[in-house]
Design a protein around this ligand. Sequence first.
Ligand code: AMP
Length: 604
Amino acid sequence: MTHMETILGIDLGTTNSEVSIIRDNNIIVIEKDGRKILPSVVGIDPAGNLLVGHPAKNQAVLYPERTIKSIKRRMGEDIKVKLGDREYTPPEISAMILRTLRSYAEEYLSQQITKAVITVPAFFNDNQRAATRLAGELAGLEVVRIINEPTAASLVYGADREKSETLLVYDLGGGTFDVSILRVENDVIEVLASHGDTHLGGDDFDQRLFDYVCDGFKKKNKIDLREIPVAANRVLQAVENVKKQLSTEPYASIKEEFIADKNGNPLHLDMEISREHYEEMILPLLEKTIICLNDALRDAKLHPSDIDEIILVGGASRTPLVHQLLEKRMNTALHGEIDPDLCVTMGAAAQGGLISGANVGRVLIDITPHTLGVRTIDKETHDYYLFSPLIKRNTPIPCSRSEVYMTSCDNQERVEVEVFQGENDDTRHNAMIGNFSLTGLSKVPEGNEIICRFDLDISGMLHVSAMEKITGLKNAITVKNALINVQTNEHVGFKEHLNQFFANQEFGPILEEEEEDDDEVALSEIENFDGGRPPEGWETTYANEVAIFRKAVVVSPKVSEKDAIEIGKLMKKITDAIQKDKRDDAASYASELEDLLYYLEDSV
Ligand code: AMP
């Protein structure tokens, strides 16, 4: 047995740091006390003990003179910072964080570790890189490589190294933002452009919420919580939680009892903040990130359509408004399979694995294969079948999301909650996997808020609830097996449905939109071939095509309607080419169809 050396993969962040290792060819992020994230904060407590991570973060507002945050911003500068009664250089402070991470990994593995790969922002200069290397050495680690954070993130996304790809990494952390465009070709990763703002991140979102809460409190009670360190600390911690909650919920509350007192009477803080309002507060900040993104695209001389993949990094990139703005600008859907907090450390570990010769497999994560959502109505456009996704495809599970919907009539007493699985904007093309109603709603004008919540667990159980916000009136259902593709089963029914359509024209059009006519034609192509024998002569001249058609007929009932249409469309193209005697075209479409069938067969 060969001994594989362990090399730590460390993301030494401005706000948070993480460490991971490779074990049995898998990447493991090291946890300590159930937490994978170590705040990059160092402090000295009143008794003179060194604090690193959460305890240091907790004392930050109370004892600012004994706490150091965001030392990464000072790396490479010739300065000293005061901590307690001693002064330290930035690499020395960073070394305390690295030493802590190293000890977590050693505890986990019960062995000493002396090597690490450490990540730095793409814009770090030589001085900053040298300071990072020095910090590693001070922590007893040989820094075998310093790699760029976006490069590390791209390693985990397992971009297919055989292909050349252009990736965009959008990294929004606690205190810094950067966006990089990478070109991956034959295992070589090149940073084409990198832009950012070293003073923009989730902490600024906290600050906006903090000011909003303190202003509100001051208006009501004539007391400024910012002037009371203990209270300010509590509010700051609370607003960070509110912010995180608003990433998945439409509302979040902040409740802090006995936050202050006035003339001997205790005052409590009790406030509710909506996501909508929060988004208004942070929109100007996020718009700045889009400007940086535009600059990066311009520098790389690329258009959004040239980007093959968008990778989200940094805790604050979980903010739904970030996704919305990015999807709009890049004109594409995002996927977030990998925890944005962890992909940099994981990539560093993957790099360490490559250096030590481990065969790092794909990073496996449990994700939802389909989007889950509810049907809604758009009164203005009279669209009664709008699909409103709550849990998007490729979301890691378990997960929870909630959204707020409004009643559309005055005195509306009930709402129907119909739960769908699928990717189409029109629920009629998705599969309904459950429904229930919420009745006895208050007699109020339209716009009564109903909060719909989805909780999806690892075994595929989906708990759906709907609650009237003003009263708390609630109803719920549990859908078993929400992860199984219902359309697969329904497709058997769909074929019958289609047969019926052709047998009985009075049935009327099942598919309304114009482009769906093509879909019908495509599906009838499968039907036609299904029943009949291949036309004369095909079997000799087009034996390959015929064989592929036969396979298509077997595979199509097992796949979704959307995929069946794709199959039918290709069959139609092949048939047309054969009829025009364009053999090359027929062969090339046939090979495309073969690939598709191969792929679909694998996934059913
Ligand atoms: P990082 O520097 O990458 O660790 O990012 C930390 C920042 O992400 C902090 O400002 C966190 O409050 C923020 N953050 C973490 N989780 C979430 C979340 N679920 N939604 C919004 N922001 C988050």
